[in-house]
Design a protein around this ligand. Structure first.
Ligand code: G3H
Ligand code: ZN
Length: 277
């Protein structure tokens, strides 16, 4: 199936009170696994890749692999750039066929964040691609990128930010964290306050480790998209680690790679099903 456009996925989620999962990939196996997990659950969602992982490949190859993964199934799957840090990375991914984009200028001062986000949104909107932006700063660890910043989203800035940037989705910092090292403490009151005034739907990053009851409550506040990275990466690594522990002479990489697809797909299926149950 053709990669699903981000606006169509958002419409589906709004119509159905559905939380779109966005699963981070870092390689071909994880990309196939995410598509399989979504298909096994028969629920739509995104394959997403963070700017950090663009160091390993380039957007055109990623788009081709994602398209190949989506072609295998008939469930709608979008391809999203996660934490795009520069206009160039946004442009490259949009040009390569990504169907949804995040520009993350949350580390910049407020006015600079608005200016750079607006620039990315204008570019993407011309090609019919929605844009997620971040206001506030999410702390924690994404692969080797560690962010000490931890600034909760200021509700007083939300309407101004959304209106002036033209963003379509707003990623918030409400106690959610990246990675598995720190326990997330999601402030649902703050989330609700923001969701009630935000002109666009809310995105929660750092899905790994957030209790499912919290996500169910966030769903009632209007949560539209949630990102999962570490849970899938951990399962991918564990597949190889467990096998190596059992046999230090292992060399059958193809079997293990196929097994990693099955194992990561099972994690993705479980997550998308539980958060939407
Ligand atoms: O942008 C990616 C996500 O926010 C992943 O967070 O690794 O804590 O699930 P996580
Ligand atoms: Zn994130």
């Amino acid at each position: 199936m053709k990669l699903a456009n981000g606006y169509d996925l958002m419409d589906y989620a709004k119509r159905n009170g559905y939380i779109l999962p966005a699963f981070n990939t870092i390689n071909m196996e994880m990309t196939y696994a995410i598509a399989k997990g979504l298909n096994d659950a028969q629920l739509p969602g995104y394959i997403q890749i963070s700017t950090n992982n663009l160091r390993l490949s380039n957007p055109k190859i990623i788009a081709q692999v994602a398209q190949d993964a989506a072609d295998r199934y008939d469930i709608p799957i979008g391809l999203h750039l996660d934490h795009g840090k520069t206009f160039e990375s946004v442009k490259d991914c949009c040009d390569a066929g990504f169907t949804s984009i995040m520009i993350d200028n949350s580390a910049l001062p407020f006015e600079e964040n608005i200016k750079e986000t607006r620039r990315a949104a204008e570019y993407c909107h011309f090609y019919g691609v929605p844009v997620e932006a971040e206001l506030g700063a999410i702390s924690g660890k994404e692969d080797d990128i560690v962010s000490e910043a931890d600034a909760h989203t200021n509700p007083d800035q939300v309407v101004d930010f959304v209106e002036r940037t033209g963003c379509d989705l707003l990623a918030v910092a409400v106690g959610n964290v990246h990675g598995l090292d720190v326990e997330p403490k999601v402030d649902l009151d703050l989330l609700k306050k923001i969701a009630d005034i935000s002109p666009v739907p809310i995105v929660l990053h750092g899905g790994s480790g957030i209790p499912f009851e919290t996500i169910q409550k966030a769903r009632q506040c209007g949560l539209l998209k949630i990102n999962y990275g570490s849970d899938l990466r951990k399962e991918f690594i564990a597949t190889f680690g467990r096998a190596y522990e059992q046999n230090h002479n292992l060399f059958n990489v193809i079997e293990l790679s196929l097994q990693s697809v099955e194992n990561v797909a099972a994690v993705a299926k479980n997550l998308v099903t539980i958060i939407n149950s």
